[in-house]
Design a protein. Structure first.
Length: 284
């Protein structure tokens, strides 16, 4: 990816563009990123990726299902930061926070680096540097590389998430007639994966397969949240059992790399893909 001119990341030509960015794999559009969502303000919508597609054109993200309008494609959704609600759904307006796009540090067809402010109650709580990149995995599939670095800018210790809520990276998949098959490096089925760490996990259907991998040691230590019923999706949770404290000026960084393939991949093929997605693999 090529840096933008250093004088001003938000040049006039960029600010006149629509509030979304198209991501391309070898010239083919595979994702759309809404950095200023055009959604009801009551939802406090965070920036999100949707639609995300396979190389064959199959959409693998869902957006705002009626039963849970806070689920927005691929996003960072933390239910609580310093006592404020950042999940992105309806809630008490007096404690609702928002994620706001500040600037582009890089912006190319195959990815971007963005700065966002997480603010609530009239002050900024977190400064996020978000890096999203398209990675080639051959002619059959590609990978979405998503890194979030959250820095505490309050001058005092704050906490993320809350017991039983988790929060963090979340990928909402489309609702399906039949639940996707879930498997990981450690077992088969949602019960074998949900609430537990694993180097990688996969959702597979007849139309597509997603292979999610924690690309760093800290990310792999976080439990996965897996839903296969009415609210299907996969998340990597920052605070599964207890809030995650962040000291003043400290940064929490997580990186998820997701392989996106057409059709149903067997366990062995998903495992081979996973070896290329993290810092354990020779290709990273």
């Amino acid at each position: 990816m090529t840096p933008l001119p250093p004088s001003n990341p938000l040049t006039p030509s960029l600010t006149r563009r629509p509030p979304c960015t198209l991501l391309r794999h070898e010239g083919r559009v595979v994702g759309t990123y809404a950095h200023r969502p055009q959604l009801p303000g009551a939802l406090a919508p965070p920036p999100y990726l949707h639609p995300v597609r396979t190389l064959g054109g199959v959409t693998v993200t869902g957006l705002r299902p009626a039963e849970d309008p806070a689920h927005l494609g691929v996003s960072m959704a933390i239910p609580e930061v310093a006592g404020h609600d950042f999940r992105g759904g309806p809630g008490r307006r007096d404690r609702q926070g928002s994620q706001r796009h500040l600037s582009w540090l890089l912006r190319d067809p195959d990815g971007f680096v963005e700065e966002l402010a997480w603010a609530a109650g009239g002050r900024q709580l977190l400064l996020e540097r978000r890096t999203v990149a398209v990675r080639s995995l051959g002619t059959e599939c590609w990978a979405l590389d998503f890194t979030s670095a959250l820095t505490n800018v309050t001058g005092q210790e704050i906490a993320l998430g809350g017991a039983g809520h988790g929060g963090g990276f979340f990928w909402r998949v489309p609702r399906l007639p039949e639940s996707a098959h879930v498997f990981s490096a450690d077992g088969e089925g949602g019960a074998a994966v949900h609430g537990r760490p694993a180097d990688w996990l996969a959702l597979a259907t007849d139309d597509w397969t997603l292979v999610f991998a924690g690309a760093t040691g800290d990310t792999r230590a976080d439990p996965w949240c897996v839903r296969t019923g009415e609210h299907p999706g996969v998340g990597s949770t920052l605070a599964w059992e207890r809030p995650l404290p962040i000291a003043p000026a400290d940064t929490v960084t997580r990186r998820i790399v997701t392989a996106i393939a057409d059709g149903r991949l067997p366990h062995a093929a998903a495992a081979r893909l996973a070896t290329h997605l993290s810092d354990k693999g020779a290709a990273v």
